[in-house]
Design a protein around this ligand. Sequence first.
Ligand SMILES: Cc1ncc(COP(=O)(O)O)c(C=O)c1O
Ligand code: FES
Length: 489
Amino acid sequence: MYTRSIQLAKGCISARRGLATATVQCKTSVRHFNKASSSSLATNSTIPNPGELHRSTPIEPPVATPPEGSSISLKSANRDESQFGTRPIYLDVQATTPTDFRVLDKMLEFFTGLYGNPHSSTHAYGWETEKEVEKARKYVADVIKADPKEIIFTSGATETNNMAIKGVPRFYKKTKKHIITTQTEHKCVLDSARHMQDEGFDVTYLKVNEEGLINLDELRNAIRKDTCLVSIMAVNNEIGVIQPLKEIGKICRENKVFFHTDAAQAYGKIDIDVNDMNIDLLSISSHKIYGPKGIGAAYIRRRPRVRLDPIITGGGQERGLRSGTLSPPLVAGFGEAARIISEDMKYDQAHITRLAEKLKAGLLSIPSTQFNGVLSDPSKQYDGCVNISFAYIEGESLLMALKDIALSSGSACTSASLEPSYVLHALGADDALAHSSIRFGIGRFTTEAEVDYVIQAINERVEFLRKMSPLWEMVQDGIDLDSIEWSGH
Ligand SMILES: Cc1ncc(COP(=O)(O)O)c(C=O)c1O
Ligand code: FES
């Protein structure tokens, strides 16, 4: 057995409050991790501010040039600086979250002692691992008030979305031919829907309003006799909009249509009760909740029972719905992440809301900025996703000028393309505004010092870039840009 010089699992709720380097000693290696200070919340004023641990020099006065060779020094949040060098502040938690060290601690034993195949039913190695898998299944189910039997482990939300959007219509294809989804879904939902169109299904893509919300009457009107599935995401990954799940679930149940929701960005972040909301299928991703990558789950309702054609067939694992040997380290890590997020949800929410409000206020005080998402009703906006357009600046130029902050102008899988966001387009944003948007993701380990730094850095760099922008100069001179006839070359 390996020894641990620290007990990570207990009393770690204040992880974000004070990071100190601790050592976990395994049989073969010694690795460094950031460990929660054992100090209680009450004494956190004496703890070095975590943000200070990220930077060895104070914030610079306004810079006149982009940060090439900047003297601001940043240390990484979770890596050994001596080995990996300094890295930017991480504000891209919608793309992925850092693995919580309590999760890692849970996973380690599955690489050493607990290596049995959880599907081996003839010996103790299989039984002990299976017991851990079932524990994890319960933790994952508890977050959304589901029965553990309704949880199927998959490789992540992409697989689960494929499973739901392809699997349900294929099963009911003799009588049902229609699917409803929205224009602002994640690419893996839209792509699965297009795939089903190629197989002969009709797909309705619901529009959203300028805040990103669907219209419930439009949903009601779109439902046909042969509709088998409505797939509407819970929290949008680019703008954080929360769709009215309970109302959608009610409409679907009344019309006897299955309701699937992609909850990759919502699970553990907002309250979800699959029974109260009449959700029939739900997609979960472990790496969005501080768990390992490469694992996720499908919630599939048993009563009334949802049937689907599995995408991966074989040994019949996971109730025949997803064959293949499970990865116990990933399952257990995911389970631990779910257990922690259930326990810490209120604390995480309060922390994230406080920092997000500060960030939003600090950025929206910059002239000619626009918040993308819901402003009219805070209950319909997930605070941890702050998407802002900075008019008269290209989002990509701003990102280039912000090398000391890890950000994205939208989803991770489209971040290599310079196309403006299709989600912002669906909200009615013009190309210029869609091009100038940046998504700021705040999570469990984001610190106030990081937010302060980001506010100052963005203020400086936006001012700098606008000084170089002829459009900005014209606006300052009182010229109405809409009145200009641009030549077309
Ligand atoms: C809304 C949404 N759906 C699906 C996914 C895909 O999840 P996974 O990485 O687990 O396949 C993501 C991740 O970016 C997401 O944000
Ligand atoms: S897979 Fe995460 S944004 Fe595309």
